[in-house]
Design a protein around this ligand. Structure first.
Ligand code: SF4
Ligand code: SF4
Length: 86
């Protein structure tokens, strides 16, 4: 699953534009709507195509293998991780 390294992400949106699975969105950091936008990965939609890695010129995306033998656990892990790294 694609994982965003938040302190590298500039919020440029290139990854969001290229993702065919609508697995990426831009969200503002603060609930009041101000602050830096960052990309967020929906682990349930990400298909590991890696296209966003290529699109990100800031090297703010890595791939983490969070799959396990238990597919239910796999989904739970993907939700829980929601692709945030600092
Ligand atoms: S392409 Fe990279 S820098 Fe731009 S929003 Fe996506 S993760 Fe952030
Ligand atoms: S790896 Fe592919 S499906 Fe997953 S977020 Fe990146 S572009 Fe979208």
């Amino acid at each position: 699953m694609a994982v965003i390294i938040l302190n590298h992400c500039t919020g440029c949106g290139a990854c969001v534009a290229i993702c065919r699975f609508n697995a990426l969105t831009l969200e503002v950091e603060r609930p009041d709507g101000f602050g830096q936008k960052r990309a967020i990965v929906d682990g349930q939609k990400c298909c590991d195509c890696d296209e966003c890695l290529i699109a990100c010129r800031y090297r703010a995306i890595i791939v983490k293998n969070i799959k396990s033998k238990d597919s239910h656990q796999d989904t739970k892990s993907a939700k829980k991780n929601k692709a945030l790294l600092f």
